[in-house]
Design a protein. Structure first.
Length: 87
């Protein structure tokens, strides 16, 4: 097998946070290292604050609104695993 040296963009730690339609939140990732996982979440919060500077916006969960999507959607069960965005 050919040796591939580590690359700068290699993923070494990750945390995924999901908000489900029921209102529950799930987390997944390398969260065994509590300090690092919390650091990753802090960095994500800072990035969001930089990209969305207006704190006056109100975020309404999807279960509280009834709108038609502007793009075609599929239920998760109908999406191949490779296309779900999971690592």
């Amino acid at each position: 097998m050919t040796y591939v040296p580590p690359q700068p963009e290699d993923v070494v730690q990750w945390v995924t946070v999901r908000l489900h339609a029921s209102g529950t939140i799930s987390t997944l990732g390398t969260i065994g290292d509590k300090v690092m996982a919390l650091h990753l979440l802090d960095q994500a919060r800072d990035a969001i604050k930089r990209q969305v500077p207006d704190p006056g916006k109100i975020v309404v969960p999807s279960r509280d609104v009834d709108v038609m999507p502007s793009l075609a959607t599929r239920d998760m069960g109908d999406i191949p695993i490779a296309q779900r965005g999971d690592p």
